[in-house]
Ligand binder design. Structure first.
Ligand code: GCO
Length: 472
């Protein structure tokens, strides 16, 4: 039961969550996450991303770990204010050179870098000018994109524009739970939303026209997803509708991002629901936003369970208290990968790539020096089997990026939530590959054929001295 031969097995991380060394190091300027890290009560326990995993200094060691796990690909992001401290204008050569070295290091070790241009570390200097609310913001992003494309596109061929617009606009500008921590009226949220979509479109155009190697481009959105409560046609249809209906004025409605980007229009039900608060769409905007994309990227962690209600409307079936939940208290729903990919494939008809999937668990280093995260193994095993079912039913699935290669700074949750295949002791920066890391290696090396074995730990052993050989 293997995946297709050219299936891409990867892991992902994001600049602000792992690099550390913000705070002026080598000319790096503040992002909105540095600002919010300083705001009392914003991040759990006063944690900050100032040091994170010190990946900025330890990237060579981390790439060796990725290589030892047999990753084909690594999804990384670029910290905009490290490269352009003012957001536009002057380039910080030292910051840019860091990404140049990282890309070289990955390629030298046989790992393909998949680069995300923006994963939330928005330059403070541009926030001071209104950030995404400023109608010039998409041009600022285009200018930054040009700098990155000019530097890296001779070696990088796979790109994502924006990571999870639903979060950096919705959680960042509507609920205020994420940086920059604003709670704006819906009209303003949609203004920022529309500007971010324009930024996406302009970046794709630049990648197409200016990349030195032909660019493959997509994005990494997330949104509310749904899986059917049974295999009945009605429940499947209910889950499909729940996935694609605009059900509220929050930013987690799939079509609110996907339809403009892939079809060149906002969905009618969303326009009706938002009414006067809908974005102002100027002539030509949709031509900018709707650029040809090579794949649908999607970050999926869980989905709602949905059945067709007696009134013919989708009805959400709540998960009971004793349901399996992750440490974040997210429900464990392997069927989400099976159904979300299928629904997206039906509607947008593009190859799919899972840009993030994983879970946080309460891991620690055991007396034997290892990290026995059996629940992560079981979770990934189940979700990958769900993905395989979708592939077997004809959905074009290109690959899978596990979130995350390292434990890291989980935004407002600080360091409480550990998502890594590799444990990080933040006091010493010592890395320890978890059991799940070794297990994932065996999945990659067998192209998925070990999935589903009754004891996923059968058939492989962590080399005794492996973790001890990693320098700390
Ligand atoms: C997101 C981001 C990641 C998170 C991960 C776990 O989805 O919030 O893309 O940066 O760390 O999803 O929450």
């Amino acid at each position: 039961m293997a995946f297709r031969d050219d299936f891409i097995w990867g892991a992902a991380a994001a600049s602000y969550q792992i690099e550390g060394n913000t705070q002026g190091v080598d000319g790096c300027a503040d992002s909105v996450w540095d600002m919010c890290s300083r705001r009392k009560g914003f991040v759990l326990d006063g944690n900050t991303g100032f040091n994170a995993c010190d990946h900025y200094n330890r990237y060579e060691e981390d790439v060796q770990i990725m290589k030892s796990l047999s990753l084909d690909a690594y999804r990384l992001s670029i910290m905009w204010p490290r490269v352009m401290p003012e957001g536009t204008g002057k380039v910080n050569q030292t910051g840019l050179d860091y990404y140049d070295r990282l890309v070289d290091e990955l390629l030298a070790n046989g790992i393909d870098p998949w680069v995300t241009l923006f994963h939330w570390d928005y330059p403070m200097a541009l926030f001071h000018k209104g950030g995404w609310l400023n109608d010039d913001s998409s041009d600022w992003f285009a200018e930054y994109t040009r700098v990155i494309v000019d530097k890296l596109s001779d070696r990088v061929s796979n790109w994502f524009t924006l990571n999870e617009q639903a979060c950096f606009i919705g959680l960042g500008h509507q609920s205020g739970m994420h940086a920059p921590g604003l709670q704006l009226a819906t009209k303003e949220v949609n203004r920022a939303w529309h500007n971010a979509l324009l930024a996406h479109g302009k970046a794709v155009k630049i990648l197409r026209e200016e990349a030195k190697k032909p660019a493959k481009v997509g994005a990494a959105p997330c949104f509310r997803t749904a899986a059917p409560a049974s295999n009945s046609e009605q429940d499947i249809e209910a889950a499909r509708q729940r996935t694609f209906n605009v059900v509220d004025d929050q930013m987690f409605n799939a079509t609110w991002w996907m339809d403009p980007a892939f079809k060149g229009e906002y969905p009618q039900d969303g326009l009706a629901l938002f009414g006067n608060d809908a974005p102002e769409v100027k002539d030509g905007d949709m031509d900018i936003i709707c650029q040809p994309l090579d794949f649908v990227g999607i970050n999926v962690y869980n989905s709602e369970l949905v059945k067709m209600g007696a009134n013919g409307q989708p009805e959400v079936v709540p998960y009971p208290n004793d349901y399996p939940y992750t440490h974040f208290r997210w429900p464990v729903t392997p069927e989400s990968l099976r159904w979300t990919t299928q629904f997206l494939y039906e509607r947008y008809n593009k190859p799919l790539i899972i840009t993030e999937n994983g879970l946080s668990t309460n891991d620690w280093v055991s007396l034997d020096g290892k990290v026995h995260d059996t629940t992560r193994i079981d979770f990934l095993n189940r979700y990958l089997l769900g993905l395989k079912q979708a592939a077997d039913s004809g959905v074009d699935i290109m690959g899978y990026f596990q979130w995350s290669i390292l434990d890291n700074f989980e935004w407002a949750e600080g360091y409480l939530q550990r998502f890594g295949l590799v444990h990080v002791d933040y006091a010493t920066q010592k890395r320890t590959i978890k059991d799940s890391g070794f297990w994932y290696k065996s999945v990659i090396e067998s192209n998925g054929s070990v999935l589903g074995s009754s004891n996923p730990l059968d058939g492989w052993r962590a080399p005794e001295d492996f973790n001890r050989n990693i320098k700390s």
